[in-house]
Design a protein around this ligand. Structure first.
Ligand code: ATP
Ligand code: MG
Length: 344
């Protein structure tokens, strides 16, 4: 985690406002009504320079879609994506492909699977230097790659080898080197340690922490692994069916969650001590509803043990319950939920 005061003083780099990404599916149900999946439905947040912002939520809650929309790999349906560079601000949501091109170097992505994300037919030199060449940089390429490999803990001698010669952890370091070579300001990391062994995962997390300091890069860090989120992130966004249900500083979120869904996510994490049982009932009854046909009112109400009549009718808005802590629950002030400390 970053120093709290330093982070509070850091510049706002990204300001997302009312972001929506809907997918219109060709499959038609109920007499020709087109099916719309509201994968991201009105998400707003800010990210500061050097911040690690975690995104959590069950499968299908819209985490990847949010990350891809912020990078403009998806064209958003509505909303603003303000990127504030020192010299100028841009609304990425409004820019054309051509206008986005010079800004692409500021934003990179690291994927979950380091086995399929690296082209097996390209040498490590070609893989790591590809973003440079795509941006018209052809001089000093080898030195830049050499330097970057050292920074991610790899020997520059591997440059002429091919991905098949490397383990998952080494491949993820290569992917990180490629993501960093243009000195981006934002990296979206989507489950980037999930495919790795626990010990390798720890090394990669340490590497990312170090890179945050040396490069002052901000991470949008998507993960199912709440222990990883607690270790690495300064702040967390909790998503449910395309919306934010809670956002808070990591410590606050883990110790005093205010949304029943967040509490359920935390309680469902297996405890390291086998004598302490995790609460199996905690992710309350039922699966995540069909995103093409979400429940009315609060989308979590069918699974929520605290739901009252209003929850079935009125969508709760995200409101601040204490400085920096936002919750979208009609009863956020009334119900007391127990936090769970996960990491050591
Ligand atoms: N290209 C697409 N076309 C149609 N629907 C999509 C597309 N991408 C995502 N979706 C739908 O949008 C919703 C959100 O998906 P998304 O992949 O963003 O969730 P996620 O939180 O990343 O899930 P996971 O944890 O499984 O990775 C899902 O219902 C998914 O089926
Ligand atoms: Mg995903």
């Amino acid at each position: 985690m970053a120093n709290k005061q330093e982070l509070a003083d850091a510049r706002v780099l990204l300001e997302v406002e009312g972001l929506q990404k809907f997918f219109h599916l060709r499959k038609r149900r109920f007499r020709g009504t087109p099916t719309v999946v509201k994968a991201v439905d009105g998400v707003s947040f800010t990210m500061r320079e050097g911040e690690f912002l975690g995104i959590v939520g069950e499968s299908g809650s819209g985490k990847t879609t949010l990350g891809l929309s912020v990078l403009r790999a998806h064209a958003p349906t509505a909303g603003k994506i303000m990127l504030h560079l020192p010299e100028q601000s841009y609304d990425l949501a409004q820019l054309s492909g051509e206008e986005l091109r010079p800004l692409r170097k500021e934003m990179q992505m690291i994927f979950q699977d380091p086995f399929s994300s690296l082209n097996p037919r390209m040498s490590i030199l070609d893989i790591v230097s590809e973003p440079l060449r795509l941006n018209g940089i052809n001089t000093g390429v080898e030195e830049a790659v050499r330097d970057m490999l050292v920074q991610v803990g790899l020997s520059p001698e591997i440059m002429l080898r091919y991905p098949h010669a490397f383990s998952g952890g080494q491949r993820q370091r290569i992917a990180i080197a490629r993501a960093l070579i243009l000195n981006p300001r934002i990296i979206v990391a989507d489950e980037c340690t999930s495919a790795l062994d626990v010990s390798v995962q720890a090394q990669i997390l340490k590497l990312l922490e170090g890179l945050r300091r040396s490069h002052n890069v901000s991470f949008l860090f998507i993960s199912h692994n709440l222990a990883v989120i607690e270790y690495l992130c300064d702040r967390v966004l909790v998503m449910y069916l395309g919306r934010l249900v809670e956002t808070a500083d990591t410590e606050v979120l883990f110790q005093t969650p205010k949304h029943p869904y967040t509490a359920a996510l935390l309680a469902a994490v297996p405890k390291p001590d086998p004598r302490v049982r995790s609460d199996d009932k905690a992710i309350y009854d039922g699966d995540i509803p069909d995103p093409a046909n979400p429940p009315p009112g609060c989308a979590f109400h069918p699974r929520c043990p605290h739901a009252k009549e209003i929850c079935m009718k009125v969508v709760p808005s995200l409101r601040e319950v204490s400085p920096g802590h936002e919750v979208s629950c009609h009863f956020a002030d009334d119900i007391i939920l127990e936090g769970v400390k996960i990491a050591n």
